[in-house]
Design a protein around this ligand. Structure first.
Ligand code: NAD
Ligand code: UPG
Length: 437
């Protein structure tokens, strides 16, 4: 099958590479020429484990190519995946200008009957609107069908998720188009769930909103645990053993970030509002998450008092481990608040540091390593649970810091180990460690 994928971001690039890996001929189109130049050389512009190797393999086997030439990119494609961004507008609703611009390009450049697949996360009704835009410009010259195929991959494990996801959702109006998508995806060997277009669009938002709700719920339980001297890790484990609840997404912390949950929850509240429905629960989930992001700084201030002139180290800046993505990372608001309080902030992240430098307050300084960041620090805030953080020797932390006080937003260490290492240790939803064993 000859497929074009429009947009080579986290979703488009992973989709293009993985579709080529299962045997399709894929052309990835992006208007960002710098990205395309890098991709043609076999260099991935994003950090995603396993992606670059797979990309190079499929370029060499002539199943995968990249272009910013729209004539070349669209011509001859039987199926065109749209995977461009749908960022958040000021009122929280999704900005569809990139998707609509692609719709116009599709109408301008296709040369045969085509199936358009929307992978981007789009509000209910968008697939129909995109089809209408294309049809109004193509004027019956070619038959165009549309299929909603929302994406569920997670950053940091995107390739693995594509090959081992829980389900592939295909929403269609025309049986024949649904069948083509089913056959394209069959080699992945993942259960396929077929439905109508609007339900498919809603499944994506509802899934992200539900996962975000789980996180805000467990974060509130953690906050209560701190007050009643219970341990959130055991509470989560004990809850998760109930199959109706499930063990996943019950890790308490400093709230969710990233390019999806924050924007998609707000977009769903907007979608509901536009249809005269007040999604109260989801609005609370968003509020709880925002408060949770400031929790560590509040605890830090309670412990150290005035932060002016204090050296505060940050470990991890990405919104989660194994990604270089800084979009909506809690580190953004946390570092800003620390700078506002007059602290000297020194940060380190093994992968996201380059992107962080572009967006964090210019007063944030950067270290060369995790050890380097904490040398002489008054306190350490852990914001991302990188594996190197979780396995860091606590005795070494004790020796390197001016005062060994840790505020851990990701519950990376065992309480007993912190006690043994004589570290003052405050985590989320667990009793504080304030004295040696
Ligand atoms: N990032 C994720 O983990 C994830 C997961 C599931 C779904 N999604 C959804 O997928 C969509 C894409 O997200 P992303 O994170 O991959 O975005 P991204 O910002 O990383 O990438 C978008 C790409 O589209 C390109 N582009 C924009 N307009 C174009 C045009 N007219 N023609 C060709 N290329 C164009 C941009 O240059 C950019 O490279 C969003 O709707 C997002 O909500 C994202
Ligand atoms: O128990 C948990 C699980 C996650 N998080 C946080 O939640 C955020 C999102 O994490 P995750 O879902 O692993 O990463 P994303 O790459 O943002 O993936 C989500 O968003 C994507 C974009 O829509 C979807 O495709 C995925 O299915 C969905 O998991 C991160 O800040 C995590 O730290 C927690 O705080 N506690």
């Amino acid at each position: 099958m000859k497929i074009s994928v429009v947009g080579t971001g986290y979703v488009g690039l992973v989709t293009g590479v993985c579709l080529s890996e299962i045997g399709h001929n894929v052309t990835c189109i992006d208007i960002n020429e710098e990205k395309v130049t890098s991709l043609k050389k076999g260099k991935s512009p994003i950090y995603e484990p396993g992606l670059e190797e797979l990309m190079v393999k499929n370029i060499e086997e002539n199943r995968l190519e990249f272009t910013s030439d729209l004539v070349k990119g669209y011509s001859g494609a039987e199926v065109i995946y749209i995977a461009v961004g749908t960022p958040q507008m000021e009122d929280g609703s999704a900005d569809l200008s990139y998707v609509e611009s692609v719709a116009k390009d599709v109408a301008t450049y296709i040369k045969n009957d085509s199936i358009i697949v929307i992978k981007s996360t789009v509000p209910v009704g968008t697939n129909e609107r995109v089809l209408a835009i294309i049809q109004s410009l193509v004027k019956g010259k070619y038959k165009v069908n549309i299929v909603s195929n929302p994406e569920f991959l997670r950053e940091g494990s995107a390739v693995k998720d594509t090959f081992h996801g829980d389900r592939i959702v295909i929403g269609y109006a025309e049986e024949s188009a649904g069948r083509v998508l089913e056959s394209i995806n069959k080699p992945f060997g993942i259960p396929i769930f077929k439905t109508d277009i609007r339900s498919a669009e809603m499944i994506k938002y509802a899934s992200n909103a539900f996962l975000a709700t789980k996180i805000s719920f467990i974060n509130e339980i953690a906050n209560i645990c701190e007050k009643i001297d219970a341990n959130i890790e055991d509470v989560s484990k004990g809850m998760g053993l109930d199959k109706r609840i499930g063990e996943h997404f019950l890790n308490a912390g400093i709230g969710y970030g990233g390019s999806c949950f924050p924007k998609d929850t707000k977009a769903l509240v907007q979608i509901a509002g536009q249809n005269l429905y007040d999604f109260e629960l989801l609005s609370s989930v968003i509020r709880v998450n925002s408060n949770q992001q400031y929790l560590l700084v509040e605890k830090l201030k309670q412990r150290l008092g005035n932060l002016s002139g204090k050296t505060i180290a940050l470990w991890g800046l990405a919104f989660k481990p194994n990604t270089d993505d800084m979009r909506e990372a809690p580190s953004i608001v946390i570092s800003q608040r620390l700078v506002d309080e007059g602290a000297n902030v020194i940060a380190y992240d093994p992968i996201a540091i380059g992107n962080a430098k572009k967006i964090l307050n210019k007063e944030v300084a950067y270290a060369e390593s995790f050890s380097d960041a904490i040398k002489g620090a008054d306190a350490l805030l852990i914001l991302t649970e990188w594996n190197e953080v979780k396995t860091f020797n606590l005795e070494e932390i004790n020796q390197l810091m001016k005062t060994p006080i840790i505020f851990d937003g990701r519950n990376c260490f065992d309480l007993k180990d912190a006690m043994k290492a004589n570290i003052e240790y405050y985590s989320i939803g667990r009793p504080p460690v304030t004295h040696a064993e």
